[in-house]
Write a protein that binds this ligand. Sequence first.
Ligand code: AMP
Ligand code: ZN
Length: 491
Amino acid sequence: MKQQDLFIYNSLSKSKEKFTPIHEGAVGMYVCGPTVYSNVHLGNCRTFLSFDLVFRYLKHLGYKVRYVRNITDAGHLENDGESGDDPILKKARLEQLEPMEIVQKYTVDFHTIMAKFNALPPSIEPTATGHIYEQIHIVEKIIEEGFAYEKNGSVYFDVLKFNETNNYGKLSGRQIEDMVANTRELAAQSDKKNPQDFALWKKAEPQHIMRWPSPWSEGFPGWHLECTAMSTKYLGNHFDIHGGGMDLKFPHHECEIAQAEACNHTSPVNYWMHANMLTLNGKKMSKSTGNYILPNDMFTGENDVLSKPFSPTVTKFFMYQAHYRSILDFSSDALEASEKGFNKLMDAYRTFDEITTSEKSSIDVESWRKSCYEAMNDDFNSPILIATLFETVKFANALKEEKDTISEKDLALLKQTMSDFLFEVLGLQDNVSENSQDGEKLSAAVELLIQLRNQARANKDFAMSDKIRDELASKGIQLNDGKDGTTFTLN
Ligand code: AMP
Ligand code: ZN
């Protein structure tokens, strides 16, 4: 293990705690994945990128990390998972596709977007539909333990009974009395003993075609159940870290704790981590309200909110300039400032290749490097890390102007540390910035191709013009036709 102790803010204890893994040198981490019925928006991406940073830093520290992130492809109903339509089925009807075609389409979209952001794939990516057997088994155990009851083919968790011996509400801080019933819930509501109870298994209505046989009915699992089944299957009944967006604390994670405790008599997770929301115009980005931007519309600039396109790496840099537990609002001005900052940092990084070294250093590289680790060890404080990395811009200028000196050894350490944090930990990509020399060369080459494409179009040689556009797109260079001509963006 490198450098000092790591502290993590635990949402359960509401305090920063020193991180001690259950098994020395290894970490088990579970993060709730997307419900795949539509394209992921930038808000979803922020949460997944927050945990990509956690995954990357733990690996950087030398831990062997098993990172499990599920795909919700069944069971997540519209109203907090409890009632209403299944959005996957709804979309399948709308698009006249099989539910599994919807699942496939949006899982692929999710993976493509995560790859554009240079997020690492998890170690295991299990699906809810692939773990029906395990979920049924957990329901059976919870019934056996006396914490669930069957009614008309559905099974519900008995929250009040559980609360007699355990503490339901300890994560979200909610009081049982305040957990009122979801008023939108109609038919199924009457089957529950108490409004706080939640579904473990639901009998399928005739039109609900995603259904499986079970001891209680042909039906489908409750949304919260899949995460208990898949986290414990791959990480054990008691594991290190569980993450997700802040909005999943209640009911989803509260229910996960209850299910696991009822079933396994042990608290499932040592460190609960919750990532805060990305907002747009001060309101949470959300699929259901339509207040969102899709990542691709950000990369191409085709949206009503932002003044220009922003690359995935700049978008990610912008997100990491806020701490994962702070709310972050999206705006053109903030993104433009991030883009400038990112380019400056990359230029500084390249500058160190041209510096001549001296006998002695006047720059204290070791203490600067220590500050980088201190920032990340303080609950993954990426804004402080980035501010610390910005100090290298000053170093670069002072070295260029020969106001400071650096030894060969310190220069190597400085470059290695920058590269470790910029590329390995933050997972940024040195996409060619406009003001760098490579950027100018690339721009010139693409401009030439744009001119050739314009000529081909003028000659009605559409096969050639399409070929130029498509081949460039396949290399991650997107041409955008606008009223003032064609521009390009790097995806
Ligand atoms: P869903 O597909 O709705 O289950 O959401 C996937 C993940 O995105 C969950 O961890 C949510 O908490 C998270 N999420 C949803 N909206 C936002 C947002 N506006 N900002 C950050 N994370 C979000
Ligand atoms: Zn979950």
